[in-house]
Write a protein that binds this ligand. Structure first.
Ligand code: ADP
Ligand code: NI
Length: 219
């Protein structure tokens, strides 16, 4: 298979596999991350095949929906890529991206510059989809899926999360803005990612301002 065929058949595989996934992590999330990743990759010296496959396969089996088992995603990706004859060197790079991409895994890690550029691009692309208008939609979708409150003025956000508390966090969805979404802008890896994240961050701030005004009956 040539590169285009590899990407096409990966798209088919992911669409089928994510067929009935929860809306915040479904095929359309993956499609947006794929598009974001290609956009960011234009400004970076990266292997486009690794970026494409990493973006397409990054949520193939999110640990959150598999009892916390983080090995399923990389394993499924490896089996699939093997089955269509992708070189093992590429497969290893793609699996590394899937293992490392999550926000949880990056909590507490200091030096991001050591990470491969392809991973940095896919991670930025995934983070952009947690910001802006789509980010708001996904947060409330996820909160609804977990039957969480949208907001409760008596429950403050936990601003000192480590990996374990983050996993167990069950607060109202508005708290998630402070616990994760508003922190993403300063964690972006690429220049283009930072620029787009800054715009989407501003949108979140104005969304919150409007939200509280409406909550308090001020507008
Ligand atoms: P990552 O893949 O980086 O670990 P997640 O899978 O945790 O990211 O998040 C995916 C989407 O679900 C994001 O848009 C995120 O904002 C949303 N989400 C995750 N946890 C929560 C939560 N506790 N409340 C609301 N939205 C959440
Ligand atoms: Ni994702």
């Amino acid at each position: 298979m040539n590169t285009t065929e590899i990407v096409e058949s990966t798209i088919e595989f992911v669409r089928e596999t994510l067929g009935d996934a929860e809306a915040g992590h479904d095929w359309f999330h993956t499609q947006r991350v794929f598009r974001n990743a290609l956009l960011l990759a234009k400004d970076e010296d990266v292997d486009i095949l690794v970026v494409s496959l990493g973006a397409l396969l990054h949520d193939i089996a999110d640990a959150k929906f598999h009892d916390g088992d983080e090995s399923i995603g990389p394993r499924m990706a490896k089996e699939f890529l093997n089955s269509i004859g992708v070189e093992s060197e590429i497969i290893d790079k793609v699996c590394f991206i899937i293992e490392e991409i999550s926000f949880k895994n990056s909590i507490g890690r200091k030096k991001k510059t050591d990470l491969p550029l392809e991973l940095q691009v896919v991670q930025d692309a995934d983070r952009l989809d947690a910001l802006g208008a789509i980010g708001v939609a996904r947060a409330f979708q996820y909160g609804g899926h977990k039957n969480r409150k949208i907001y409760d003025p008596d429950i403050s956000p936990n601003l000192k999360m480590d990996k374990e508390t983050y996993k167990k966090s069950e607060g109202p969805t508005i708290n998630h803005f402070y616990e994760k979404l508003l922190l993403l802008k300063d964690r972006m890896n690429t220049q283009t990612g930072k620029r787009i994240a800054t715009q989407r961050h501003e949108f979140l701030l104005s969304y919150l301002e409007q939200f509280y005004a409406e909550w308090n009956g001020e507008r």
